[in-house]
Design a protein around this ligand. Sequence first.
Ligand SMILES: *Cc1c(COP(=O)(O)O)cnc(C)c1O
Length: 373
Amino acid sequence: MWQAEVRVDLDAIRDNVVALRSRTSAEVLVAVKADGYGHGMVPAARAALAGGATWLGVATLDEALTLRRAGIEAPVLAWLLSPGLPLHDGVAAGVDLSAATPELLDELAAAARQAGRPARVHLKLDTGLARGGAARADWPELFEAATKAQAGGDVEVVGVWSHFACADEPGHESVDRQLAAFHEGLELAGRHGIHPRYRHIANSAATLIRPDAHFDLVRVGIAAYGLSPIAGDTFGLRPAMTARARVTLAKRVPAGQGVSYGLTYTTPWETTLAVVPLGYGDGVPRHASNAGPVRIGGTVATIAGRVCMDQVVVDVGDEPVVAGDVATLFGPGDDGEPTADDWAAATGTINYEIVTRFGSSRVPRCYDGEVRP
Ligand SMILES: *Cc1c(COP(=O)(O)O)cnc(C)c1O
């Protein structure tokens, strides 16, 4: 018997990756950072590989090493590295690492000598996002340092890559500008004698709507989990996560009853309140106060009053709800339950954040499907 659970349909992740693969001739990297967007990093990685992904992507070195410790041998790229990390652990584990500065290339070369094998490096160019990546003026310096490190045998430049700012806004002019800058960067790399096996810039959105940005590898995250990065089109993807709990208490209360901390909700008439044991300590955004939709019994009701740390209260009206009934916050929508998109709309965020919030939480995660976690 469970009180609250996050169910993850690993077959949905696998099938989404199959569907994404059919849209491109490029190889597919699935981003499993942030605990697989809340779905569980290692199980999500296994499902992605079962769907034909040939690469996995993570932010941190620790995440990459966790994948290796789980016995996953597929290529892994880690792209967010502060100076001074034990990079030799990554090099020794055959993890591909991103570098945007000559200083990090120096660290990688030292790590390679320590690990006794070349560091596999992806050079990151900032083409307009202005987050990670070498600024345009610094590209020549980066390529010179990479050429030198490669000649010394400590570094193997496997990739040159970048990341979009607005690929989820179809027609946004920055996409063309970034793509043009990326082509220029690749040409400049070529003039430095760098001809990487993998050129990559596309995230889920660009994978779905910009085939001219696929190059040799696409990096999909949210789409693999069945959620669309682009408003108004699901692209036939299947959401993999369901968050639900069993009502701990249902009771009739009179009209005029204030509900939950601050009494910010008042019952308009005599009604049934259902207590659902999921709160902000589990991943429910507090912005869902008086806003988050929950399916209980045959109806979709709204959270009444403030989201608490461990629980929420739902006004279910005259629905015959009793303790033990299942309350579904979001899922694929098959039974009329809200979706992560509905939750994002209700709370002023994006579907990415809704599912990721449920990662590493106290709610047990259960896995469905043929793919073994
Ligand atoms: C998270 C991430 C991705 C995946 O982005 P989605 O929009 O989820 O497809 C791709 N590349 C980088 C660098 C990322 O950080």
